[in-house]
Write a protein that binds this ligand. Structure first.
Ligand SMILES: [Mg+2]
Length: 313
């Protein structure tokens, strides 16, 4: 039985841990590392507040539950409800929205027929805004036992609602394939070896593939801390999340070390939390962090409903 609480609550806790420290300098966190969920700070939000990463992840899950399949236009409609009405937020307030997301969702508002064409497709549109919300797609593809080509198609379209450039799509594709391998029961190293062996030239240009050389050609685990950038650039975020996962041996340590990289702490926390949640499982997540999450019961119920779709019951 698939239990999406592992990865989804794993992701939301990583996000919430990072929210008060977003844009914090690594140098500062190295001297005074965070080990607990805190409130206020960068966005002045109460403890346990999760951000756009989780809101858009939840919006995606809500759509899959309603339709029992992936409907791009409906996912985009939920994104619009988030942006306009603060649906899927912990406090009824949208306190962070990326520039590329804002433009894409506004384009969707103007022309609702083109959900998968709304995303920005310029090189500067490669923030981590689709990577941070792609996890439900991994669960869905795994549950339907999809092949690589079909996974690519869905990932491309779901990313493209906000992020349509190849670099973003490829980051999401690697993330989803890696999660699917973890869901299949592979360990973090074997799953990593697997994603390195895929033939990406079927889907992406060489220029795009080269952006991921540090993950796909080299061993990202071996890089020293000062070579890992935890910025909002999709490639940096994916590198940082994999680096943390491969260099830690528990969910809790992975999250603490992801957040203490600084900079885009909530999204590096969220992406790492998705991986680590799947791998170490819901029960390994620190209880006090679960209790600290705002709207915890709502999230748990949503995951239970998502599980029914995933397990076909
Ligand atoms: Mg965020």
């Amino acid at each position: 039985m698939i239990d999406s609480k592992d990865g989804i609550i794993g992701l939301i806790i990583g996000d919430a841990m990072g929210v008060p420290l977003e844009f914090c300098m690594r140098k500062r966190l190295m001297i005074n590392p965070t080990t607990e969920m805190k409130g206020y700070g960068s966005h002045n939000m109460p403890k346990g507040s999760w951000s756009d990463d989780s809101s858009l992840t939840i919006a995606t899950i809500d759509s899959i539950i309603k339709n029992n399949k992936i409907v791009y236009q409906d996912i985009a409609t939920n994104f619009l409800l988030w942006m306009k009405e603060a649906k899927y937020t912990p406090t009824g307030k949208v306190f962070d929205i990326g520039r590329t997301c804002l433009r894409a969702i506004s384009r969707f508002e103007e022309n609702k027929d083109l959900a998968e064409k709304c995303g920005g497709n310029k090189v500067y549109d490669n923030g981590n805004g689709s990577l941070m919300r792609i996890l439900p797609i991994a669960y869905y593809c795994y549950s339907r036992k999809m092949q690589e080509n079909d996974i690519y198609e869905i990932v491309k379209n779901v990313s493209s609602i906000t992020h349509r450039h190849e670099i973003s799509i490829m980051g999401c594709f690697i993330y989803v394939l890696y999660c699917v391998e973890l869901l299949c029961g592979k360990n973090i190293e074997d799953a990593y070896n697997f994603i390195q062996k895929i033939n990406y030239t079927k889907y992406f240009s060489l220029d795009t593939i080269t952006c991921y050389d540090r993950i796909l050609k080299n061993n990202i685990k071996e890089y020293s801390l000062d070579k890992i950038n935890s910025t909002g650039y999709v490639v940096d975020t994916l590198e940082a999340s994999l680096w943390v996962l491969l260099n830690n041996s528990s969910y809790n340590d992975s999250i603490i070390n992801a957040i203490n990289l600084g900079n885009d702490t909530d999204t590096v926390g969220a992406c790492t939390g998705g991986f680590a949640g799947i791998y170490y499982g819901f029960n390994s997540i620190k209880e006090s962090w679960k209790k600290d999450l705002l709207k915890y019961e709502y999230i748990e119920n949503l995951c239970n409903d998502f599980n029914k779709v995933l397990n076909n019951v």
